[in-house]
Design a protein around this ligand. Structure first.
Ligand code: ATP
Length: 491
């Protein structure tokens, strides 16, 4: 599996992700998406929205504000409970989440080997003296303070006066924006249960130990769904909330597989009682085998009627649904599939990364799903000194860019240009050559055809330039290279 260092370096070199404010030394745990990163991220969000909101008749969308009424966070429990236990090392002053200490490799000066320094794998005992970690895992010397609870919400002030009454928070999750709009959506869209509201947006958490590149940051994006079901309904003989919970787990897993994540890199982790949030009846995490090990990619929780009841209590508004059949008001149960955009991007990136050997040379290729690849098509001139070739290539790029992300590049020889596109995951390159444009003064006859090269097989086909939009229409909407190539004949 690819290492995080390799990904971080590729991301910087090829314009996917830069450290935020780098020229000032960078900020802790904030990252900026560069020209290719923003394309990849936008495409992930776009296909998520299309598949889960646009194409489903039981879903609608929402875009709530980041700053909300401060009582929202009282009602949701975030002011009182959205905390992590924090400990500090008295020696090196490094800070840790108390509940994650045993997930860290730890430095140990072993008394059984005259104080030799070892780094011992997370959770394991020293093989020489059998002792377990009690001191700071980083320096191996300092005592740790007792845990203190630390609230992860970023506080800010609404308006010009910095006083207690003006305190508000940057939202730590997008979910609450959906709950407080439940009634608005219900009324304006005349929905019947079950239905869901999807939202994509920024969330902020003042994480104690951010890190691992874009895996854990203080500012990130979420793609969340709150799916409302009638708790008195049954589906296939099961309570509706439990049925829909399983359905959403399967739909989310299928979504990641559809866009290229390998099945063996995904697994389900059920929360046990101790891990379960206070509002949850059952939570299952979809974990991905990140370069840092198996970790949460997204969570799918059954939040019951907790949130709607809390907001009803604090706002004094009835957040209920009228069940016409039973002639009763019910508070819907909510199933919440919640994914991080940045973690999804990291998973797609790690999964796409391959190092291959081609004719004795190393080829780095990102095998992104064609719909996710930051650049869909690169148009390359075989000879940059021939004006007619360059002009044709530029015109083709312009035409293709009306439909997809298309780039033109003539800054190297063709072999090099292909490798560069492979490294950023461009699924198809189009090459314009002498035959395409011909040249009456030289007696060359134009055939009006261009070469399309497939990133994964490196096969080439020759196609009339006038048919490119139709051919890419097929290739970029799921038709396989083999089928398209069979239709036009290989070059
Ligand atoms: P973790 O246990 O990793 O802190 P969480 O269980 O607190 O995550 P949720 O509150 O369930 O996370 O948030 C839903 C999703 O939002 C997560 O599965 C993850 O993809 C994303 N997410 C949460 N916190 C962060 C963060 N600090 N940086 C990037 N993505 C995050």
């Amino acid at each position: 599996m690819v290492t995080m260092e390799t990904l971080v370096s590729l991301c910087k070199r090829r314009g996917f992700v830069f450290q935020s404010s780098e020229i000032y030394g960078g900020t802790g745990s904030c990252w900026d998406y560069g020209p290719l990163g923003v394309e990849l991220k936008n495409k992930i969000k776009r296909v998520w929205w299309r598949d889960f909101v646009q194409q489903r008749s039981d879903m609608v969308g929402l875009d709530a504000s980041i700053l909300m009424h401060p009582t929202v966070w009282k009602a949701s429990g975030h002011v009182d409970h959205f905390t992590d236990p924090m400990v500090d090392c008295l020696e090196c002053h490094h800070r840790f989440r108390a509940d994650q200490l045993d997930e860290l490799d730890w430095v140990h000066y072993c008394p059984a080997t005259k104080g030799n320094k070892f780094t011992i794998p997370a959770g394991e005992a020293c093989t020489h003296c059998q002792s377990r970690r009690t001191l700071c895992p980083d320096c191996g010397k300092g005592q740790l303070t007792p845990p203190r609870q630390f609230n992860l919400m970023f506080k800010t002030f609404m308006g010009p006066v910095e006083e207690d009454a003006a305190v508000t928070y940057l939202r730590p999750e997008t979910a609450q924006g959906i709950f407080v709009n439940f009634e608005n959506v219900l009324q304006s869209m005349r929905r019947k249960l079950p239905f869901g509201i999807g939202q994509i947006g920024k969330a902020f958490r003042n994480e104690i130990t951010p890190g691992n590149f874009i895996f854990r940051t203080r500012e990130f994006e979420q793609m969340e769904i709150e799916y409302f079901v009638n708790p008195h309904d049954t589906v296939e003989g099961r309570p509706a909330d439990e049925y829909w919970h399983d359905r959403w787990i399967e739909d989310c897993r299928a979504w990641f597989l559809r866009y290229g994540v390998e099945a063996e890199h995904l697994r389900l982790h059920e929360h046990d009682r101790a891990e379960l949030a206070h509002y949850s009846k059952r939570t299952a995490d979809l974990q991905y085998r990140f370069p840092i090990g198996w970790s949460e990619l997204m969570g799918i929780a059954n939040r019951t009627d907790f949130d709607l009841k809390q907001h009803a209590k604090w706002s004094g508004k009835a957040l209920t649904y009228f069940d016409e059949e039973r002639k009763e008001h019910v508070v819907p149960y909510v199933v919440e599939p919640s994914a991080g955009v940045d973690r999804a991007l990291l998973a797609f990136l790690a999964d796409a990364y391959r190092e291959e050997e081609v004719r004795g040379e190393k080829r780095v290729v990102l095998r992104f799903h064609p719909e996710l690849a930051p650049v869909s098509v690169a148009v390359l001139p075989l000879l940059k000194k021939r004006d007619d070739i360059v002009r044709t290539a530029l015109a083709l790029r312009d035409e293709l860019s009306r439909h997809w992300t298309a780039v033109y590049d003539d800054t190297a020889a063709i072999g090099r240009l292909y490798r560069r596109q492979d490294e950023v995951g461009t699924p198809y390159c189009v090459t314009v050559d002498v035959q395409t444009v011909g040249g009456s003064d030289r007696g060359e006859v134009a055939d009006g055809k261009v070469t399309i090269r497939d990133r994964d097989s490196m096969e080439q086909i020759r196609v009339e330039a006038s048919r490119l939009v139709a051919v890419f229409g097929d290739l970029l909407s799921g038709k396989s290279w083999a089928d398209v190539a069979a239709g036009v004949g290989r070059a």
